[in-house]
Design a binder for this molecule. Structure first.
Ligand code: MOS
Length: 728
């Protein structure tokens, strides 16, 4: 089904199941340990062997020699795979560096070997005995030292490196009120609970991979490409995922090494990346340096806005697109944005929850707070005054929907914004300085083709199959709700099967595009199934209705199950999109409000309460959507106050490469959160009229925390994370 005219009334506008706060249908499988995660499949293959991954001990250079003899002598060791004995290996389309390095080393902890043994412990102890001598080369590891001469972003398939409108330089110079400030965000890690983990088994030239991956079709193709086999010979299963946040969008070393280990040993092989390897071996969100200039008239109208971002990556990597929101969020005739990329030899930078906007909003929304202060304006009012209903770089393009102002007004009211101290340091609660801050939230809405297959059987069960993934987001549930709504059956008559490369190709999970696109694909398949059912009954498909497990047309009716009594009825279709997203800018909006307390003596920072107000199209399930947003708000607090991969600038690696050294919020850090969704349905986004929320929820949070810390203390921190030493 092609979606190219705005959705008007469609079969699901009279909603019964969609929009309900339904609990996850896969919840009990997960809480009882029955859900099969990547490393947890048992009994579907013969006795497995275990792989232990060895990561490079240098950031750049070459392996001079490798001595495997002592490791091979350890009892239980079956095979040791290295680049030297693995045979020809290509690189996946979505990989920046090779997933099995050697002799050339591209980054620290790039995998250089996998030791396969009868037991996990044997593999681990044998790996200790592998001796590798390196020739260490000189590398570049310091973004701050490279940013002045960072080159123009060399590859920007999905976003232009520069944008401009009007005369930024002239308007900025002439503006009576100006801000020119530079902000930094550190490298960050996804730090998901479940590590990257895979089990591989060969049968002849056919490979089965049980894994944990957000994008089944990308990864199936990249695994085949890496191994030099046909993708028809790869069967990939990823039905349950213990968190991804973008770290599992791509094929990673666990999958390749499990496949190679299995080929070398003739056994099914299990490989989980060891936690201390993950931070340097896999991808991370790259650090940024962002210079923001804003010029405004004395009445608070922005006349010039400029945002330049520098980030680093390996030679074939891309820049962090931290200027994305600045192209769209606020009005102003004279504008410019640029992205520059420094070549660094740190581990591979790539997408992490809301790539672009998450770090971009961390900078822009502090800048807006600073600018409001210079203008002596309320920060909410300053943002409202600079709202735009059209793409400010291209004013002929309206937003499909934009309720940013409504979000801010509702949030201001609900949070008690007007009771905050307007002068920093004004409010005190015993030894605590109390501050309130806010930020806008913004994230684009992305459209992706997505397919599904639906089947009706003689019990009246509707089974949905799509290679869509559920990364803890609730995909199973909203897909079941969609099929139940469309076919007029209760939720317990829907079976959802996900995460299998044998199923139709979906959008996958990423970029907050999963919910809207995958359910739209299911919608399309259900429209076809409804037609097939109507045809079978001889009903007019234009007027047929599906409700209460019955099919009704005029004064004729039939139980749904009877239609399939002589055999299953199957339909498959996909959603794909026309030009609506070109003629109309599709984005999601919100506002974050945060109260913090800062210890007047020690500068310890405590978040006290948080509110997010979101305008993100139709909310398919308020319960799972709320869970997405509170999780994202929590991650935003991490970004504000604690998350930072510390770069060793001599050796080129992230020093704090485990969950003890890389700090993320715990329950005690997040005492109170509220989420409000505006009642929206965007007819331009899809037949579901939904958009994404999972990444909107993080965008702006860290700036709201930083602005609250400023309001509490009067100390403006422009370098994240906002740790107590920076407030003293
Ligand atoms: Mo997201 S960073 O595209 O999983």
């Amino acid at each position: 089904m092609k979606f190219d005219t705005p959705a008007t009334v469609n079969p699901i506008d009279n909603l019964r199941v969609i929009g309900q706060a339904t609990s996850r249908i896969d919840g009990s499988l997960k809480t009882t340990g029955k859900a099969t995660y990547g490393y947890e499949w048992h009994g579907v293959f013969s006795a497995p062997a275990y792989g232990w991954v060895i990561g490079a001990a240098i950031a750049k250079g070459r392996i001079a020699s490798m001595d495997l003899s002592r490791a091979h002598a350890v009892s239980g060791v079956i095979a040791i795979v290295t680049a030297e004995n693995a045979g020809a290996l290509d690189k996946g389309k979505y990989n920046t560096a090779k997933l099995l390095g050697g002799p050339q080393i591209d980054h620290y902890h790039q995998a250089v070997a996998v030791v396969v043994a009868e037991t996990f412990e044997q593999a681990r102890s044998a790996a200790e005995l592998v001796r590798i001598d390196y020739e260490e080369g000189a590398g570049a590891f310091d973004l701050a030292a490279s940013w002045d001469d960072a080159k123009l972003a060399p590859k920007s398939e999905d976003s232009k490196p520069d944008s401009a409108a009007g005369d930024f330089a002239g308007a900025f110079a002439a503006a009576p009120v100006q801000l020119d400030a530079t902000y930094t965000t550190p490298d960050q890690a996804h730090a998901m609970m479940e590590p990257h983990a895979s089990i591989a088994a060969w049968e002849g030239d056919k490979l089965t991979l049980w894994t944990s991956n957000q994008m089944v079709a990308w990864t199936t193709a990249d695994l085949a490409k890496t191994l030099g086999i046909s993708k028809e010979n790869v069967h990939l299963l990823s039905p349950y995922i213990g968190g991804g946040f973008g770290g599992k969008l791509f094929l990673r070393a666990d999958a390749v090494l499990a496949a190679l280990g299995s080929r070398a040993s003739g056994r099914p092989v299990k490989v989980a990346l060891q936690r201390p390897l993950m931070f340097n071996n896999t991808t991370h969100r790259p650090a940024t340096i962002q210079r923001i200039r804003i010029g405004a008239d004395s009445d608070g109208k922005i006349s010039a806005i400029g945002h330049e971002s520098w980030s680093g990556n390996l030679p074939e990597g891309r820049p962090e697109t931290a200027v994305q929101q600045t192209r769209l969020l606020y009005a102003g005739v004279n504008r410019m944005t640029t992205m520059r990329l420094a070549m660094l030899d740190l581990p591979e930078g790539n997408a992490m929850r809301a790539p672009g906007e998450a770090p971009g909003m961390m900078a822009l929304e502090i800048a807006m707070d600073e600018m409001a202060e210079r203008l002596k304006m309320d920060p909410v009012e300053f943002r409202i005054r600079n709202d735009t209903q059209v793409d400010p770089e291209n004013p002929k393009r309206p937003f499909s929907q934009r309720q940013l102002v409504e979000c801010m007004r509702i949030g201001r009211e609900r949070f008690g914004w007007d009771t905050r101290g307007t002068r920093p340091g004004e409010k005190r609660d015993g030894r605590w300085l109390v501050g309130v801050g806010m930020a806008a939230a913004f994230r684009n809405n992305l459209l992706m083709k997505s397919a599904a297959r639906v089947r009706l059987d003689s019990r009246g069960i509707v089974t949905v199959e799509t290679d869509m993934t559920d990364i803890g987001t609730g995909s199973y549930t909203i897909i079941a709700q969609t099929a139940a709504e469309m076919m007029g059956v209760p939720l317990d008559k829907v079976v959802v099967r996900l995460g299998d490369s044998a199923y139709p190709v979906s959008s996958g999970s990423g970029g907050q595009f999963g919910a809207n696109n995958s359910t739209s694909g299911v919608y399309a398949a259900c429209v076809k199934l409804r037609d097939a059912v109507a045809q079978k009954l001889g009903f007019n498909s234009a007027e047929v209705q599906f409700a209460d497990e019955r099919v009704v047309s005029g004064n004729r009716a039939a139980p749904l199950a009877h239609v399939a009594s002589n055999g299953d009825i199957t339909a498959e279709d996909f959603i794909e999109y026309g030009d609506l997203s070109k003629t109309h800018q599709q984005s999601t909006f919100g506002a974050h409000f945060v109260e913090v307390a800062v210890d007047a003596a020690t500068a310890e920072i405590r978040v006290r309460r948080m509110l997010a107000v979101c305008a993100a199209g139709r909310i398919l399930n308020p319960k799972t959507a709320r869970s997405q947003v509170i999780g994202a708000m929590t991650m935003g607090v991490g970004a504000a106050l604690m998350e930072e991969l510390a770069v060793d600038k001599r050796k080129g690696f992230f020093v704090n490469h485990d969950l003890a050294g890389y700090e993320v919020p715990v329950h005690a850090d997040i005492p109170h959160q509220d989420v409000i969704f505006l009642d929206e349905a965007d007819p331009m986004s899809s037949p579901m009229k939904a958009k994404g929320v999972g990444e909107l929820g993080i965008c702006g949070v860290a700036a709201a925390v930083a602005n609250a810390a400023y309001n509490a203390t009067g100390v403006r921190v422009r370098d994240y994370p906002v740790t107590l030493d920076k407030l003293l």
